[in-house]
Design a protein around this ligand. Structure first.
Ligand SMILES: [Zn+2]
Length: 270
């Protein structure tokens, strides 16, 4: 059987399958081991889409154990060049409440111990990361969310913590005092690995709660996050489907040139 190809990748929560027409499951191996789960390739309208459930279908991978390198490599090897990354985040700003969407334009890495590069042997490759997100993907996500009457913040800084624990109040106050907007556990190294493969990467972050140091927040519990996410998951899914349709067919953004002039130790897949 011929392996199906896809243009757009979605890395997100399980349940996205229901949006895909003519879905086929593809088992992929990569030099970095298997991705989080089988990849489902299908269509949304005229666009071909590959979907990876970030935590695995049975949610077996906590944020710090997700096979990030395998996931991005698998998508690129199927032909994917644009990646949408929906996720749940905590808000660090009183004015951004539960249910709001943020499409960040900056990131701060507070993870530790995660492998965050493909280029750890065979030569030195320094990839620019000043603007971590795809401008075209961000624009498509913001305008699609606005047309769906979703409260969306265009821009802002996502701070990614190691987890799986939530932040202490002091950490949370420190993050918000720095002007950062939202806090999550999966946005890094996903974003840099996408950049290292010259992929477009767009984060679409759904706020589920206020973080511990914000307002009189009592801190987050796992149950609260899950309950909130369950009530919004269907809406989020259809939004991502609409963003897929709004992504440009031809890439004109700088993401595709991320590796220009660099000497790579291996050929990129796909
Ligand atoms: Zn791009």
């Amino acid at each position: 059987m011929v392996t199906p190809r896809a243009d757009i990748g979605v890395i997100g929560g399980s349940g996205f399958y229901s949006l895909l027409d003519d879905a086929t499951e593809v088992e992929i191996t990569t030099p970095y081991g298997p991705p989080s789960d089988v990849v489902t390739v299908g269509r949304i309208g005229s666009r071909s889409v590959a979907f990876v459930p970030r935590h695995g279908r049975d949610h077996r991978f906590p944020p710090h154990r997700i096979p990030y390198r395998a996931n991005l490599w698998a998508l690129r090897s199927l032909g994917v060049r644009q990646v949408l990354a929906p996720s749940a985040v905590g808000s660090l700003r009183p004015e951004i409440g539960p249910g709001a969407l943020v499409v960040p334009d900056q990131i701060v890495d507070r993870t530790s111990g995660r492998v965050q590069t493909y280029y750890d042997a065979g030569g030195v490759v320094h990839v620019a990361f000043a603007d971590p997100y795809c401008p075209s993907g961000r624009a498509a996500a913001v305008s699609t969310a606005r047309s769906a009457d979703w409260e969306v913040t265009d821009g802002g800084t996502l701070v990614v913590i190691e987890g799986p624990r939530f932040s202490s109040r002091a950490e949370s106050r420190w993050f918000s005092g720095n002007g950062w907007s939202i806090v999550g556990m999966t946005g890094f190294p996903e974003s840099i690995l996408a950049r290292e493969l010259a992929l477009c990467y767009t984060s679409v972050s759904l706020v589920t709660d206020h973080d511990a140091g914000v307002e009189a927040g009592e801190g987050v519990t796992h149950d609260e996050v899950l309950a909130f996410f369950a009530t919004n998951v269907g809406r989020m899914r259809s939004l991502i489907g609409d963003v897929v349709a709004a992504l440009p067919e031809e890439r004109t953004c700088p993401c595709q040139n991320a590796l220009d002039g660099l000497k790579l130790p291996f050929d990129l897949p796909g």
